[in-house]
Each structure stands twice: as structure tokens, then as C-alpha cells.
Design a protein around this ligand. Structure first.
Ligand code: SIN
Length: 298
């Protein structure tokens, strides 16, 4: 069947119309979702009423699931009965946080500081504040394609060093510093900062808030270049901001997008989201000559 969609913005995104995710879905429908996902980078599903098990089962149709490690904090990050679900919430029950507060309040793609960054993520809104608590998404294909040719020539095939150890306190000032064991578990990694999407073959800019250095470029030039590229990637013309309704679920492709939870008044309002995360492969960039440049250990 041809699934009906509605565009979310000029930058990226489509809403899926007329399919109930809680009902049975055949392989053909899932294959169509995948094609639409590859085309639009993010897919919105409305009025999703799911048990955590259904959320997990649906995501699994797109690939293997990643279990998020609880790094830099001692609150429970994952659902107590379904570790494949990360809970993003500022809610406390009996004085105990039910999930991770202020997760993703900065532009990133999931797992970009890991050896195997995550392929995709599916965030389901259970409770949202009135008129705030939005999430923004950026299309990093469009960001790459809009770069001047000389900048593309300069960065194509170069790797950047992504460092959890150096950037954790900057990106998560609300969390305790990493322990030595956590630092050991999350060593630095060098990723190609322009990345060939393994399914579409298109090139996306792959740089974010954990990048600290670019190979072959001296620090005094590399750091401003990282700042320039990270700001460029999220220019308004490449982005869409989603105002959540309870029951919305968004599936995004981390290989060609970045996202950011917009800060909100979390002293006053409750926000409760559940996210499943898909395992990804080793990022790479294919040069014009056909050479494949892959990520490497830090
Ligand atoms: C995330 O980065 O996955 C969280 C996004 C959000 O809560 O809006």
C-alpha cells in the first residue's frame, strides 16, 4: 500500500497518516516506513498508544536495539522492566527520579562519541508541558550540501576526535564528573566528519558537541572550524522544531540528522518521554576515488 504522509517542514520530516502502530504491521508496511524514513530523515507518528513492550517490538523491526549505558549519573536511565527503553524525564516518584533529566539539551546525534554511533532512535511522548519541551531536528545532508565547495574539499575524508572525557562536564554541567571507570569505558574515537550514509549513499556532515580536534589541522585552526561547522549544521534552514503532543512518536535517523531537546521550565512542568535506540555500524566516508575512510580508535 502507498502510505500517506504530510511534510513537516522544508528541511526534513514527514508525518505518517492513517496507520495505527499498535495494530499488526506486515513486513511490507515496515519496508515502506523504512523507505520514507530514509527519504525524510525523521518520521512522526501521532496518537501512539503503546505498552513499553510494543515500543520495543516495533523498533526492533528496524534493527538490533542498543541498551543505553548510565554514564555520568546514578539515576536510573532505563525502564526498570525494559532496559531497551531509556527514560527521559524530570518526574520523581516517592522522591526518586524515574529517568534522566535534561537529556540532550544540546545539539547531537545519538552515540556520536561512541565507536559505533547509533543508527536511529524512536522517542515516544507520554507527558509534555504546555507550549514548551519541544525537540529540534537538523538535516545534516542539507547542511553538508550547503557548504562552499572549498570547505567540503578541506573536510571530506578527515576525521574528528570525539571525546566524552574532555566534553562531559561541558555538555552535562548538571551531572557529576565521569568516574575513571566511565572514562575507560568511553575512550575517544576518531570519526569521519563527513559521512556516507550506508543506505542512501548521500553525504552528511557528521560533527557535534563531542568533537574536539580535526586530524591534520592545527588546534588553532581546528577549534574554530569545529565551531563553524557545528553552528552551520543547525542553521534554521536545515531544521524543524517539533511541538510534542502526548502520544507522538518520532523515529529519527542519527546518520543524517542532529537533534536537541529545547530547554524548558522543568521546575514547574513535568515531561516524560521514552526512547528506544538502534545499534549502528562503523561510520565511513567514500572518497571520489572510491577509497573508504572509516572511524578509528582514539
Ligand atoms: C534525546 O536526546 O534523545 C532526548 C530528546 C528529547 O527529550 O527531546
Amino acid at each position: 500500500m502507498a502510505i500517506e504522509t504530510r511534510s513537516l517542514s522544508d528541511a526534513l520530516g514527514a508525518e505518517i497518516l492513517g496507520v495505527d502502530l499498535a495494530g499488526p504491521l506486515d513486513d511490507e508496511t515496515i519496508a515502506e516506513f523504512r523507505q520514507l524514513w530514509l527519504q525524510h530523515c525523521i518520521l512522526l507518528f501521532r496518537n501512539v498508544v503503546w505498552s513499553p513492550a510494543q515500543h520495543v517490538a516495533f523498533t526492533r523491526r528496524f534493527g538490533a536495539l542498543h541498551i543505553m549505558p548510565g554514564i555520568g549519573h546514578d539515576v536510573p536511565t532505563n525502564h526498570p522492566d525494559h532496559p531497551e527503553i531509556m527514560v527521559v524525564s524530570n518526574i520523581k516518584r516517592n522522591g526518586t527520579p524515574i529517568g534522566l533529566r535534561r537529556a540532550g539539551w544540546g545539539w547531537h546525534s545519538d552515540g556520536e562519541d561512541k565507536k559505533l554511533p547509533n543508527m536511529g532512535s524512536l522517542l515516544h511522548a507520554l507527558k509534555v508541558p504546555p507550549d514548551q519541551g519541544d525537540t529540534s531536528f537538523a538535516n545534516t545532508y542539507k547542511a553538508y550540501e550547503a557548504l562552499p565547495q572549498e570547505v567540503r574539499d578541506r573536510i571530506d575524508g578527515r576525521r574528528g576526535r570525539f571525546s566524552r572525557a574532555e566534553r562531559h562536564s561541558v555538555n552535562y554541567p548538571n551531572l557529576p564528573p565521569l568516574t575513571n571507570a566511565e572514562e575507560r569505558d568511553r575512550p575517544d574515537v576518531w570519526h569521519p566528519i563527513t559521512r556516507t550514509h550506508p543506505e542512501t549513499g548521500r553525504t552528511a556532515l557528521f560533527i557535534g558537541r563531542w568533537a574536539v580536534e580535526i586530524e591534520g589541522i592545527p588546534k588553532d585552526e581546528g577549534e574554530p572550524l569545529i565551531d563553524e561547522l557545528t553552528s552551520h549544521a543547525v542553521k534554521p534552514e536545515f531544521t524543524y522544531t517539533h511541538r510534542w503532543r502526548a502520544g507522538d512518536a518520532i523515529l529519527w535517523d542519527n546518520r543524517c540528522t542532529q537533534h536537541r531537546a529545547q530547554p524548558f521550565d522543568d521546575e514547574t512542568y513535568e515531561r516524560h518521554m521514552q526512547r528506544t535506540t538502534l545499534e549502528g555500524g562503523v561510520p565511513y566516508f567514500v572518497t571520489r576515488a572510491g577509497e573508504q575512510i572509516e572511524s578509528m580508535a582514539g
